[in-house]
Design a protein around this ligand. Structure first.
Ligand code: IPD
Ligand code: CA
Ligand code: CA
Length: 284
């Protein structure tokens, strides 16, 4: 057995247990703060929000992870300057680390601020760029989505699998509206315009990580969004892959940590969605 295989086999269980523990603890705390935050600030644009709860959640998760694994690297949204350039640079600096924890402490801050009960905590662990563990927790529904590389994905201990819709006309898909009016929003609007008439319907719940978890659970047939970050995607991408789905960028390149324009589907509608997005000039 190589060193790499051995460390995965020996360590993976406790990695997952720590990820679950962090997500559950942070999620429960966030829930107590619903309608109860005190500081609201804008980041990259007026649509990019942060509260003291985002920062508190990240600090709680970081402290717990560092207690268990002080040598591991950590990439959390609130430790990075706002905007796509800073995010890309921050990822570049750590992406090949032996062990990298990637954390979105509240995915769906706008929902949290408005009391719209659809937000999550997203935690992934990558080993030299490959995601080994992904956990997404929805504290409002008390749903914990967990995946381990090569071992499947589970919600409430039930194995998940993607849906079986094979045609766009039977598909319920989702997207999101990133807080970047210059590049990402216009592309996403082109995608919407192309896909609305093709699919059964489109949802935009406001948490990319939960959208991915819903694709994994077979509740959505697919999800795409332009301009996301590693912390939005890494845990959810593993959930989808381990549930039998497909995750690429909007040009069809397989998922890796640097993907920002994502397409995650049940696999069956992947090529049709890729084709529609590319035909509409909505891919990049
Ligand atoms: C946002 C959510 C939203 C997506 C945005 C993200 P945040 O993350 O995932 O669904 O449309 O692009 O920025 O800021 O709430 O962590
Ligand atoms: Ca996010
Ligand atoms: Ca966030």
């Amino acid at each position: 057995m190589s060193d790499q295989q051995q460390s995965f086999a020996v360590g993976s269980k406790s990695f997952t247990a720590v990820a679950i523990n962090c997500a559950a603890k942070a999620g429960e705390w966030i829930k107590t703060k619903l309608g109860n935050y005190t500081t609201l600030k804008m980041k990259y644009s007026g649509q990019d929000l942060v509260t003291e709860v985002d920062k508190g959640s990240e600090a709680m998760i970081r402290n717990l992870i560092m207690t268990h694994f002080p040598d591991h690297s950590f990439l959390g949204e609130e430790g990075v300057e706002p905007g796509p350039e800073a995010s890309t640079k921050a990822l570049h600096n750590v992406k090949d680390a032996d062990y990298l924890w990637i954390v979105d402490p509240v995915d769906g801050t706008t929902n949290f601020v408005h009391g719209f009960p659809f937000f999550s905590v997203s935690i992934a662990l990558a080993h030299r760029g490959e995601v080994l563990v992904g956990v997404v927790y929805d504290p409002m529904r008390d749903e914990l989505f967990v995946a381990e590389k090569g071992k499947g994905a589970y919600v409430h201990g039930r194995k998940m699998s993607v849906s079986d819709e094979a045609a766009l006309g039977e598909s319920l898909i989702a997207t999101g509206f990133p807080p970047d009016p210059h590049y990402a929003q216009p592309l996403n609007m082109k995608g919407l315009q192309a896909l609305v008439p093709q699919v059964r319907n489109i949802r935009s719940g406001g948490s990319a990580a939960l959208h991915l978890a819903y694709v994994a659970a077979g509740r959505l047939s697919g999800f795409w969004e332009i301009g996301l970050n590693a912390w939005d995607l890494s845990a959810g991408a593993l959930l989808v892959a381990e549930s039998g789905g497909k995750v690429t960028d909007t040009s069809g390149t397989s998922y890796h940590l640097g993907v920002r324009n994502v397409l995650a589907t049940n696999g069956h509608i992947h090529d049709a969605m890729l084709e529609q997005l590319n035909k509409a000039g909505a891919a990049n």
